[in-house]
Design a binder for this molecule. Sequence first.
Ligand SMILES: C[S@@+](CC[C@H](N)C(=O)[O-])C[C@H]1O[C@@H](n2cnc3c(N)ncnc32)[C@H](O)[C@@H]1O
Length: 459
Amino acid sequence: MPSTTPLDTLLGLREVLNLAVETVAEEWQAHGFPASLQDPLFETKEDALPSPRLYEATKRAIGAADMLQALLRYFYLEVLKPSLFHRLDQYFESRALHAASMARIPDILHQALLEGKPDGLTAQELSEKTGYEKNKCGMSALHILDLHSLYDAARIMRLLATNHIFNQTGPERFSNNRTSAALINNPPLANYIDLYGAESYASSQHLLAAFKDESLALESAAFARDRIYNAQGKTYWEYNDENSERHDKFATAMAGSAQTNLPALLNDYPWFKLEKATIVDVGGGIGTLSLPLLQKYRDLSVVIQDRESVIAQATEHWKANFPTAIEEERVVFQVADFFQPNEVHGAEVYMLRYIIDDWNDDACVTILSAIKASMSEKSKVLIVEALLIPAWLPSSETSTLTMAPDPLLPNYGLRFISLRNGTERTVSEMTRVVERAGLVVEKIWECRSAVHITQCALP
Ligand SMILES: C[S@@+](CC[C@H](N)C(=O)[O-])C[C@H]1O[C@@H](n2cnc3c(N)ncnc32)[C@H](O)[C@@H]1O
């Protein structure tokens, strides 16, 4: 690592940050400004993608700002919370966000705005509407050790406003800002937050035990059983099938997660070149990617394959959101097990979005081999998921994906977590799995999101 002294790192970061900030300003001036941070009415537009130059500069600025924080938080500067402690209690922030989202506070504040209250509501008013205790609606960032008081409207809101989620507009008064506005009338995103807030948070409780339990090793137990709900050997999917609320929430939560990367996925792969192709959406869920794909590219068709219970959900979802695709037979729903040879032969595309990252290598080889058996020479497999860049990489691995400049970490400080024993893979780990299944990686399409598209074909 070239930047070894703190001064070198500090000055290196200043250089990266200066350049990146200048580029961001230029791009904003040339192509339009984003909504201000305080804007309570911000709406994400489906095609609102940053230019590649703006995207890269933004990643660099965020990575540099993050690293600057780590560099500047000395252990003894208590008021700044040194780096270790800063990370230690961050779960309060995610708990507060979960609590605010579950009580639909963004919707409540939006309603208040429509009723002529641009400064939002007081903790007392929020308390009346949410049932949360008044004093707890606004936790201060520096006094959050009182666990007892977490679910209290004032404390929650103060903590979130300090993290730039919601505006604090008076002593005990809060309104939506650009960040919280993303949650207005957005049950899919709220469900995604709930998936993390309720389920993943609870399962993280078992992390230490899981590290020591061989039966939970990735090689033998990915998605095999779930401890938090005492699932007794059932897979996560079987457990969801028996719990209709979770089952419904999971499917829409996938749509919530798609909101963050949909514009990039729709635009950064040349779908238009496929023309009248059929895409087999393997383990497609309710079609969170294939539905908008068919809306944008009118010649494409899709076969959505999933487990029986999910196919029933998918059918309802398309009836409600894109009935003409059903009438025009551009979408077909198929109950299928992706461990068995694929029933659709010779399709142009077999798409796997958020599938490979659920399973261990052996299972992935089985899934990909089952597709391979049905592929023709013109078929492609598109693996749509994150590709991991560790904080250090051998130089042989630095060419495929864009890496951050020194002194940033090569991955810009982007963090990933994996749930329920799933795993994200590096390019070489992904390539190894693909090749074990007898396929080759033809190209990696870097998208302007954390999710990329790995295109594979027959050798
Ligand atoms: C993480 S979700 C991704 C869903 C969808 N691809 C998306 O991006 O929204 C994984 C999907 O795999 C499906 N699945 C799990 N095991 C399966 C199997 N053996 N055969 C077919 N689908 C399966 C689940 O039902 C679920 O819909």
